[in-house]
Design a protein around this ligand. Structure first.
Ligand code: S3P
Length: 165
């Protein structure tokens, strides 16, 4: 594993955590997820943070997380929330950015009720699609590398090869 962090971006439900966990293991390192860091730090779920404090405060927590990662984390695979690069376009300062690209229809197919319930910005599917369309270009522009996440094993291998070379 290099000293640079490997950061996975992509829309909600694109498989960042699943890919990230496997990748970390393959690279003999650990995996961090910014949503989980924030949930643990606040001792609240993402839903509760959105409900009690609002999205603006959540974005501030993400910013805090970013600064903390930059200062304290190396050699780590990091999955960030879907909005993270949108609000923190300097994301590359924290590591190499890999965008996990999945079409909106495929995301909808993959997500079960439980997965949807955890995500305040996925409650209205029309709005989620609009968000997806608005963000797609941003993800691409801010990525060092783009992987079409169709097959889990293949995505992991492709990212590993990119990262190690
Ligand atoms: C969000 C994505 C979520 C989480 C929050 C907001 C977004 O993370 O950070 O619900 O703005 O797209 P996942 O991408 O892991 O679902």
């Amino acid at each position: 594993m290099k000293s640079t962090n490997l950061i996975l971006t992509g829309f909600m439900g694109s498989g960042k955590s699943t890919v990230g966990r496997i990748l970390a293991k393959e690279l003999n390192t650990f995996f961090l997820d910014t949503d989980l860091l924030i949930e643990n730090f606040e001792n609240k779920s993402i839903n509760e943070i959105f409900e009690d404090d609002g999205e603006k405060i959540f974005r501030e927590k993400e910013r805090y997380c970013f600064e903390w990662i930059k200062k304290n984390v190396t050699n780590t695979v990091i999955s960030v929330g879907g909005g993270f690069p949108v609000y923190i376009p300097e994301i590359k300062e924290a590591g190499v950015v890999v965008y996990l690209k999945v079409g909106f229809e495929d995301i909808v197919k993959r997500m079960n009720k439980r997965e949807i319930k955890k995500r305040p910005l996925f409650q209205d599917i029309k709005k989620a699609k609009e968000l997806f369309e608005k963000r797609a270009k941003i993800y691409e522009e801010l990525a060092d590398f783009i992987v079409e996440n169709k097959d889990l094993k293949k995505s992991v291998e492709t990212i590993k090869e990119y990262y190690e070379n």
